[in-house]
Design a protein around this ligand. Structure first.
Ligand SMILES: Cc1ncc(C[n+]2csc(CCOP(=O)(O)OP(=O)(O)O)c2C)c(N)n1
Ligand code: SF4
Length: 576
């Protein structure tokens, strides 16, 4: 079997293809985007004969439900998202732990410790515990491939969705992976699987009215001891008892420990790659050692469990809670070595010598002309509230615009503006991108239209999901206008403008008129992102091979390289 050089994301995708999935479901979000893009590209290459469906979903909740529906219907399904996407999908996710699944359902969630491209660094392992579902946490690209493949089998064995947690460094770095199937083996395992019967379970299992939900929840609780037993026996969790100093290393932290200690094997070591935590192994390690260091990227999830409220008498548990490691940001070989008192010479480049490059909108970006017009129109009216959202346009926070006063979560601009309008504020302005609008902006606009809220909404239609690398947007062009009208916005207060310098004066005049209108107005500045324009000029490139479509303009492959992808194909330092 030949090696393939794959990103962590691609290794996960390749495993899902080899597992014979019927579909991949996702909404773009760094650092998970390339998982779906690899499968999308595979489907494109296979052509109409492909047995995999791969279409972006409107948001993560929709993606999750589509995947769950496919699993109920007897085909394996993959759903992938960035960490905050699971907040959006949390409702079906939590309930699916109770309904269970039919064909295997694997949920890959990519965390972003250090917030390279995110608004927070929440740790997905808490969701595993919250939903009481099994979770795999690979350390390498090969483990990612193997664990995703195994996760499908395990999902079917226990009848539950199985989670896989990845982190940015793993998603966006490459290593050789040996797949278990020949390249493009779509259907090899899948063919066998479709021969495997997925008899339709009792539909009552899926109907969570209280009488069924109580019964199904009991089943989930009863399964917990088996999940722990499976974790104890799983090859992903490994215990080596040696010296009196103990180390627990979870997921990618295993690499940092290995690098920091350089093959030094006198310590006792517990490698964690699968949850629920193998409590028996942990007990054996703690009994054997006086001092236990815990290394985990993200929150002190394991460390907290070890300590409980009272700590472990006679043992020193050290990690993030004791200040040996920072509570925020990523682990690094340096920080791990420092905590262990090891000598480690970092091969890192002296990046401190580089000048800071604050993120900014690309030259020629349509959002810049939109903000120029909005700011000028609002200026004479005093201190406007300008709610905004997540996308390239969040860069309107910087000078010279300073036109973004909030960026909280996808779709929040419209609801927050409505709240401010209800507080009696004026002018209230909000800016939201076309994809973010499809993701979570529709429902709040229904409420605002119904109330004829005194606010002006700008839906910035640049014909793409710019921030995450120019994926297809679900609501742009005429479709966007039809949707907005359908939601109840009055046609006389719905306008499309062309955000170009030559239309600046007329745009300012129209915007001022609509801000003065005491009721809801929606204005759609419509002009394509310059990278979409460039792509259509260059004719449809194959996703995996095109050069960077992002605003950074670097020469990387758009499916990512470590250096590029930590800032994604997006303006660096922005939620993506
Ligand atoms: C819940 C969630 N899902 C996904 C993302 C990643 N993300 C950030 S902005 C964005 C969409 C941006 O597209 P659009 O609103 O059209 O604005 P543009 O970047 O094109 O200006 C996405 C998918 C996120 N931050 N949060
Ligand atoms: S990628 Fe497109 S939308 Fe984003 S800043 Fe650049 S030109 Fe603007």
């Amino acid at each position: 079997m030949r090696h393939e050089l794959l990103l962590g994301d691609q290794a996960a995708a390749r495993a899902a293809i080899d597992a014979g999935i019927g579909g991949a479901f996702s909404y773009p979000g760094t650092p998970a985007t390339e998982i779906f893009e690899y499968i999308e590209d595979h489907v494109r290459r296979v052509g109409p004969g492909s047995r995999i469906s791969a279409m972006w979903s409107a948001n993560e909740k929709v993606a999750y439900e589509e995947a769950l529906g496919m699993s109920y219907a007897g085909r394996r399904a993959l759903v992938s998202m960035k960490h905050v996407g699971l907040n959006v999908a949390a409702d079906p996710f939590m309930s699916s732990a109770i309904t269970g699944v039919n064909a295997g359902l694997v949920v890959i969630v990519a965390d972003d410790p250090g917030m390279h491209s995110s608004q927070n660094e929440q740790d997905t392992r808490y969701y595993h515990e919250f939903a009481q579902l099994p979770l795999f946490e690979p350390a390498t690209q090969q483990q990612t491939y193997d664990q995703v493949l195994d996760a499908f089998e395990y999902s079917e064995r226990v009848g539950l969705p199985v989670m896989v947690r990845m982190v940015t460094r793993l998603c966006h770095s490459r290593a050789n992976v040996t797949p278990r199937q020949e390249r493009d083996s779509e259907g090899v395992v899948g063919g066998a699987l479709s021969a495997r019967a997925y008899p339709r379970p009792d539909p009552n299992d899926w109907v969570l009215v209280p009488s069924n939900a109580r019964r199904r929840y009991r089943r989930l609780l009863d399964l917990q001891s088996q999940l722990v037993r499976d974790s104890e026996e799983a090859s992903e969790n490994r215990l080596r008892l040696a010296g009196a100093r103990g180390i627990i290393a979870a997921g990618i932290a295993q690499n940092y420990v290995a690098e920091a200690l350089g093959g030094f094997e006198d310590d006792s070591l517990l490698q964690i790659g699968r949850y629920p935590l193998p409590t028996g192994m942990i007990r054996r390690l703690v009994e054997h050692c006086h001092q236990i260091f815990v290394f985990e990227d993200g929150y002190p999830f394991i460390e907290r469990r070890l300590n409980g409220i009272m700590g472990v008498p006679g043992k020193a548990i050290r990690g993030k809670l004791t200040g040996d490691l920072s509570l925020d940001g990523e682990l690094t070989p340096d920080s791990v070595a420092a905590a262990l008192g090891a000598t480690y010479v970092s091969p890192a480049l002296p990046l401190g010598d580089l000048a800071a490059r604050p993120p900014q909108l690309c030259k020629g970006c349509p959002h810049a002309d939109s903000f120029r017009a909005i700011v000028e129109a609002a200026a004479p009216l005093g201190n406007a509230y300008m709610f905004s959202d997540i996308g390239c346009y969040a860069l309107g926070v910087a000078p010279p615009f300073r036109a973004v006063h909030s960026c909280v979560d996808m779709g929040a601009s419209i609801s927050m503006a409505h709240g401010a309008a209800q507080a009696g504020s004026h002018p209230v302005i909000c800016t939201i991108g076309d994809s973010t609008f499809a993701h979570s902006g529709l429902s709040p606009l229904v409420g605002a239209a119904r109330a004829d809220a005194n606010m002006t909404v700008f839906i910035l239609d640049n014909a793409t999901v710019g921030m995450t690398g120019t994926q297809e947007s679900m609501s742009c062009g005429q479709a966007l206008i039809d949707i907005v009208r359908g939601l109840g916005v009055k046609p006389e207060h719905l306008h499309v403008i062309d955000p170009l310098a030559k239309h600046h004066e007329s745009n300012v005049a129209l915007i001022r008129r609509e801000i003065d209108h005491r009721g809801l107005s929606v204005i759609v500045p419509r002009r394509a992102c310059i990278h979409v324009k460039r792509q259509s000029k260059d004719a449809a490139p194959v996703a995996a091979e095109r050069s960077c479509a992002g605003p950074c303009g670097c020469a990387c492959n758009s499916n990512g390289s470590t250096s590029h992808s930590t800032s994604s194909t997006t303006p660096a330092g922005q939620p993506a």
